[in-house]
Design a protein around this ligand. Structure first.
Ligand code: C5P
Ligand code: MG
Length: 174
């Protein structure tokens, strides 16, 4: 016998995974979730190269099974040159909402050898939370070095990874 669903009951839970990588380069800003990090180098890219915003965007699109960032924002399109990645993230939030989902939480890791990022943790969480329409306690960001090993460890690139959980609720009965 089917169980009766009460309005607001969670009827679907989905997880999405995102990853991104950008080369380090002099003369560009280092942006993480729109927060400008004091650094002698920045990240190269067609857009503003906000590696964390891109990983979170792909986590959301992945959870909703709606392709990936390159499908929604092709880097061959001059429209997205220098694009604000928080706008791209906001687009992914809308895709999720149109699909009937709400975001339960986002967790992420930025892998960068230097500079130290932990003093920016709250500003970065707030930057993500604002764009995601979530309270800060639902948004996590962690930082890791690559222990001087590989391209990230040698300071040639930065990486970010993210997971997002979406929930869909039973409609209210009114
Ligand atoms: O990579 P590792 O385990 O050595 O990082 C230790 C701590 O240093 C991390 O947990 C994080 O708090 C901090 N960290 C940071 N900025 C980085 C890398 C790591 O603040 N770029
Ligand atoms: Mg990117």
């Amino acid at each position: 016998m089917p169980t009766a669903l009460y309005p607001g009951a969670i009827v679907d839970v989905r997880t999405g995974l995102g990853w991104d990588c950008h080369r380090t380069v002099a003369g560009r800003p280092l942006l993480l979730a729109g927060v400008k990090i004091e650094s002698e180098f920045g990240l190269e890219g067609h857009s503003d190269a906000d590696v964390l915003a891109h990983a979170v965007t792909d986590a959301l699109l992945g959870a909703a099974a709606q392709g990936d960032i390159g499908m929604h924002f092709p880097d061959s399109d001059p429209k997205w040159k220098g694009a604000d990645s928080l706008q791209m993230l906001h687009h992914a939030v809308q895709v999720v909402r149109i699909g009937g989902y709400e975001i339960a939480n986002v967790d992420s890791t930025v892998i960068l050898e230097r500079p130290k990022l932990k003093e920016y943790r709250m500003a970065i969480r707030e930057g993500l939370a604002r764009t995601l329409g979530l309270s800060v306690d639902r948004v996590s960001v962690k930082f890791k070095t690559a222990e001087k090993v590989g391209p990230v460890g040698e300071g040639l690139s930065a990486e970010a990874e993210a997971v997002a959980t979406l929930v869909r609720r039973a409609p209210s009965s009114e």
